[in-house]
Design a protein around this ligand. Structure first.
Ligand code: RP5
Length: 167
C-alpha cells in the first residue's frame, strides 16, 4: 500500500471493492486519454475503515488535487472521504446488484450542508474523470486546451450523426 503522503498523482480514483472496477475503469480510461496521472486504490469504508481515515485525512499533504470515489449499495466511501479531506471529492454511484444503483446514488448525493460531494450519474465514472480534469484545468492552460478540443470532438460527432440523417 502506498503511503498517502508519497502519492505523486494529482487524481485519486478509489473504490469500495474490486467489483466496482468495471465501472471505475471508465475514469481510468479518461485520465489516460488526457495524460493525467492517477492513483488507483481499493479503499472500503466498511472493510478497511482505518485505511480510509489514513488516506482521506492525509490526502491534502500529498500531490493529490481531487479525489474520485466510487461505491455501491451502502455507499459511504465518498461522503466519509469528503468529511476527512479539504480536497474536492467526486462521487460515483456504482450500479448495485439489487437496486440498480439507486441506493448508491441516494447514499452519495444526500450530503449534509457543509460537506459537499460532487455526485455524477449512476455508473458515470467517465464524467467523474472529466470533472476532475476540468478542476485541474482551471489552473493548467494546456489541460484547458485539451478539454476544449475534447468538447469540439463531441460537437463534431453530433454533426457527423446529423449529416448521416440528412443523407
Ligand atoms: C461496496 O459494496 C462496494 O463499493 C461495492 O459496490 C459493494 C459490493 O462489494 P463486494 O461485495 O462486491 O465486494 O462497499
Amino acid at each position: 500500500m502506498t503511503p498517502t503522503q508519497t502519492i505523486s498523482a494529482p487524481v485519486a480514483i478509489v473504490m469500495g471493492s474490486d467489483s466496482d472496477l468495471p465501472t471505475m475503469a471508465k475514469a481510468v480510461t479518461v485520465c489516460e486519454e488526457f495524460g493525467v496521472a492517477y492513483h488507483l486504490e481499493i479503499i472500503s469504508a466498511h472493510r478497511t475503515p482505518e485505511r480510509m481515515v489514513e488516506f482521506a485525512s492525509q490526502a491534502h499533504q500529498s500531490n493529490l488535487k481531487v479525489i474520485i470515489a466510487g461505491a455501491g449499495g451502502a455507499a459511504h466511501l465518498p461522503g466519509m472521504i469528503a468529511a476527512l479531506t479539504p480536497l474536492p471529492v467526486i462521487g460515483v454511484p456504482v450500479p448495485s446488484r439489487h437496486l440498480q444503483g439507486l441506493d448508491s446514488l441516494y447514499s452519495i448525493v444526500q450530503m449534509p450542508a457543509g460537506i459537499p460531494v460532487a455526485t455524477v450519474a449512476i455508473g458515470n465514472a467517465q464524467n467523474a474523470a472529466l470533472l476532475a480534469i476540468q478542476i485541474l484545468a482551471s489552473h493548467n492552460r494546456e489541460l484547458l486546451t485539451q478539454v476544449i478540443i475534447y468538447r469540439q470532438s463531441l460537437a463534431q460527432q453530433v454533426q457527423t450523426k446529423q449529416a448521416r440523417l440528412d443523407e
